[in-house]
Design a protein around this ligand. Structure first.
Ligand code: FAD
Ligand code: SIN
Length: 526
């Protein structure tokens, strides 16, 4: 089947949905989402969305905090742009029906998280993401110019390559004409032709055994753009959230928001000793890279499987009122957070790098935009400041929408694209070939490419991944496609990019720490 549209939006988190709502007044929009519209990383966001909304906070302070967290690797112009444009886009979210908590004076109840010098995180209890996701989905489902295709999995982008032309990363003249999409209801790959294509497919948490990300986060968009010869950057900067609930076997790992530390909770070893003062003067509220490494180190010293987060000194009613979901979740595991310590460990959480884009979210492939966690804008540098990603997503949704809407009438649909060729393929004989390789990739990345790295570990990871890559490509060539097989292939592509970029960075900076080059180099902001 062939479908045509003005805007093809791949992904239904905050980035894809906000973009779709904005461009729908300029043309026909199709949104594809690989499960249902509601499922995304966005839905699980807890802490909130960072923006300057009151005095004595100001743009300069938020900019400074972002640059410090990014460890000298942010693009300062982009940081300034996003932080200054965020408040207006938050108003837009509110106009779309999103509600943020207010205090008795009718002012926003602002939370604080690691690396922030002021309280500036707007939130909805401890389930801000769900509030945003469900409000946007409701708007989208009622929009007459937006067609929604759930259980549709984007497999690959369509470029001149599919017209038999040579496409090279270095040529910088690739054009995107749409995407091949696997309809998970029929197992058929359909051709979607579009004037503008948007990648809003989120991050890659599932490359690791322990992650806060739901199952959908498998780096599909980043892998697709890489295969289509777009530029991917900064993939070595994978953010581990310091505090996910230690509950072996639970996937995804339940997040214990950093806002809880902003509220006064303290990190301790299992024997009740505070330790963060040994690593940073900001203690439990230091930026995430520092806290995650400190916890990793303490766990190595003590041999324990986790550390603890102590809230027992905090007012129990306030605690329950501000963090009702965390309270209920822990109680379901017989942990009363008003009295008992919460066992926590770091978990893969956020992909700072991704598809290289300009200030409007345009990728290095013409007619292709990328926004949200899948993109690399220059905002986060080597380590994202907490709660800056939701702000980044809405600012870029607005910019990409404006930029692409201006061009839409000049772009033509390429109708001569061949349909997907599945001749000679069969269903894989044994799914175990896929599930076993999926687990192996996660083990390799967790054990060799985690919080602390070394040349030897990265080298070993690359060799092991190459074997799995060859096996999976062989299987891919002869198989009728399935979501699991495509996701495995994407994870391998993205894992390769992380290892390769980590190997090439001969210093320790932000989230990339290697024992072979423990010091920071001389690269400064660009
Ligand atoms: P997502 O919200 O992840 O959406 C991606 C979408 O793409 C999904 O709909 C998915 O199904 C779809 N998709 C993926 N691949 C395909 C494919 N091949 N075909 C079709 N569809 C596809 N950030 C903050 O700023 N503040 C917070 O408080 C915060 N808390 C967080 C808590 C948790 C537990 C997690 C996991 C993240 C948190 N983050 C937070 C990060 C933030 O939630 C994400 O970075 C952000 O929501 C990403 O939005 P997105 O739209 O780019 O991607
Ligand atoms: C959290 O609530 O701790 C997560 C915030 C974020 O990832 O930005």
């Amino acid at each position: 089947m062939i479908k045509e549209t003005d805007f093809l939006v791949i992904g239904s988190g905050i980035a894809g949905l906000s973009f779709a709502l904005k461009v729908a007044e300029f043309g026909k929009v199709i949104i594809v989402s690989k499960t249902n519209l509601e499922e995304s990383n966005t839905k699980y966001a807890q802490g909130g969305i960072a923006a300057v909304t009151y005095k004595p906070d100001n743009f300069e302070k938020h900019i400074k905090d972002t640059l410090i967290a990014g460890d000298g690797f942010c693009n300062k112009e982009i940081v300034e742009m996003v932080i200054k444009e965020a408040p207006k886009q938050i108003e837009q979210l509110i106009n779309w029906g999103v509600s943020f908590d207010q205090n008795k004076l009718g002012k926003y109840d602002l939370g604080k998280e690691g690396g922030h010098s002021e309280n500036r995180v707007l939130h909805h209890k401890d389930n801000t993401g769900e509030e945003i996701q469900l409000s946007l989905v409701e708007k989208i489902r009622n929009h007459k110019n937006i067609e929604i295709l759930e259980n549709h999995f984007a497999v690959d982008l369509i470029t001149q390559h599919h017209l038999g032309k040579l496409v090279k990363r270095s040529h910088n003249n690739t054009e995107c004409y749409g995407a091949y999409i696997l309809d998970l209801n029929t197992d058929k790959v359909d051709t979607f032709l579009s004037k503008i294509t948007l990648i809003a497919t989120g991050g890659t948490g599932n490359l690791y055994e322990t992650t806060t990300n739901p199952k959908i986060a498998t780096g599909d968009g980043i892998a697709m753009v890489y295969r289509a010869k777009g530029i991917i950057e900064n993939m070595e900067f994978i953010q581990f959230h310091p505090t996910s609930l230690y509950n072996p076997g639970e996937k995804p790992s339940f997040l214990i928001t950093e806002a809880l530390r902003g509220f006064g909770a303290i990190l301790k070893t299992t024997s009740g000793e505070e330790f963060m003062h040994k690593y940073d003067e900001r203690k439990s509220l230091a930026p995430r890279d520092i806290v995650a490494r400190a916890i990793d180190n303490e766990m190595k010293i003590t041999g324990d499987d986790h550390v603890i987060l102590d809230c027992s000194h905090l007012d129990s009613n306030d605690l329950k009122e501000h963090f009702p979901n965390i309270y209920e979740k822990c109680l379901s595991l017989n942990i009363d957070i008003t009295k008992d310590p919460i066992p926590v460990i770091p978990a893969a959480h956020y992909t700072c790098g991704g598809i290289k884009v300009d200030e409007n979210g345009a990728s290095t492939i013409n007619y292709l935009y990328a926004i949200g966690e899948a993109s690399s804008t220059g905002l986060h540098g080597a380590n994202r400041l907490a709660s800056n990603s939701l702000s980044e997503a809405i600012v870029y949704a607005n910019r990409a929408a404006k930029d692409s809407a201006k061009r839409i009438n000049q772009i033509k649909i390429h109708t001569e694209i061949p349909e997907w060729d599945s001749q000679g393929t069969t269903y894989p004989e044994e799914m175990i070939m896929i599930t076993q390789n999926y687990k192996e990739v996660q083990q390799i990345m967790s054990n060799y490419v985690g919080i602390v790295r070394s040349n030897l570990r990265l080298e070993r990871a690359l060799k092991r991944l190459e074997i799995i890559y060859k096996e999976t490509e062989e299987l891919y060539e002869k198989s009728i496609l399935s979501q699991k097989l495509c996701e495995l292939r994407n994870l391998i592509n993205v894992g390769y990019l992380i290892i390769k970029m980590a190997k090439d960075l001969h210093e320790s900076r932000g989230l990339h720490y290697t024992i072979d080059y423990p010091k920071k180099g001389t690269i400064s902001e660009f």
